[in-house]
Design a protein around this ligand. Structure first.
Ligand code: 0L1
Ligand code: MG
Length: 257
């Protein structure tokens, strides 16, 4: 099993927005460690094209989402410069079957590395918190995959939009903040911060502890998407999505051709 070859195969489908078979079909012995190596190698391909790793995301952070995809642990993925949207308009070009989900982004002011990182360590290293919408788009047919497949496909990372307004980490009890996702004027899902591993800050701490196995840490200036508050919502051309962050703001996204 040539991990680099699998990574190149996935990278090609990520770049072209093309559906593919699960990599575990042809490589049934692939384990989670192999899958994280494949993820890293895919990102090296992107870096060779001039992309930069600007942050990390946690995925499958709620029991609801884990059940939805048949996986029982959170995962992480890498965020690159080309994934960050600079307008609220999401083009369907190069996307397969995108979904969107409400998130919070933590922006770091200090490096953070270790295997016993606690919420207070994360707060000490956090400059601000931003509302965010993540766009996920699995390269696998029908969004169907095993844990190993989805890790190798960079946790379905595709695009993300950050709100313009930054908030102090001490602005509110983020675990108690309600979030509503609305598509074309209809409420799709409601969630609360505690749906993200009990508290979004716990998700960031867990990310650092998980990354330690790869001997990696977070760097000052990085963006961390802490995980979806609700199930993800399918979108297509013409859709208008609004996420309401209780007591904070609304963040919108328009889906275009
Ligand atoms: O961000 C997420 O929680 C998604 C992780 C990957 C699973 C999926 O594609 O639904
Ligand atoms: Mg997410």
């Amino acid at each position: 099993m040539d991990l680099r070859e699998i990574a190149r195969h996935i990278d090609e489908h990520q770049q072209q927005g093309k559906e593919m078979d699960k990599v575990t079909l042809s490589n049934p012995s692939l384990n989670v460690e192999d899958a994280y190596q494949i993820q890293r190698m895919c990102i090296e391909e992107a870096e060779n094209r001039g992309n930069k790793v600007i942050g990390w995301k946690m995925g499958l952070t709620s029991v609801a989402k884990q059940k939805m995809v048949g996986v029982d642990e959170p995962i992480y993925g890498r965020l690159t410069s080309e994934m960050e949207m600079d307008t609220s308009s999401l083009s369907m070009e190069g996307l397969i079957h995108p979904k969107v989900e409400p998130e919070l982004a933590f922006i770091l002011k200090k490096d953070l590395k270790g295997d016993h990182i606690k919420p207070r360590d994360v707060w000490m290293a956090t400059e601000c918190v931003l509302p965010a919408i993540e766009v996920i788009d699995s390269r696998y047919r029908n969004f169907s995959f095993t844990l190993e497949d989805v890790v190798a496909d960079n946790a379905s990372s595709t695009k993300f939009l950050l709100g313009d307004q930054a908030y102090s980490p001490y602005e509110k009890s983020w675990d108690q903040m309600g979030v509503t996702i609305i598509k074309n004027g209809e409420v799709q899902h409601e969630g609360v911060g505690s749906d993200v591993l009990g508290h979004p800050v716990r998700s960031v701490a867990e990310l650092v502890n998980m990354l330690h196995k790869e001997d990696i840490g977070l760097k000052a200036g990085m963006v961390v998407l802490a995980g979806g508050f609700t199930e993800a919502v399918n979108v297509e051309e013409g859709d208008e999505v609004v996420v309401h962050y209780e007591g904070l703001c609304n963040l919108s996204m328009s889906i275009t051709k």
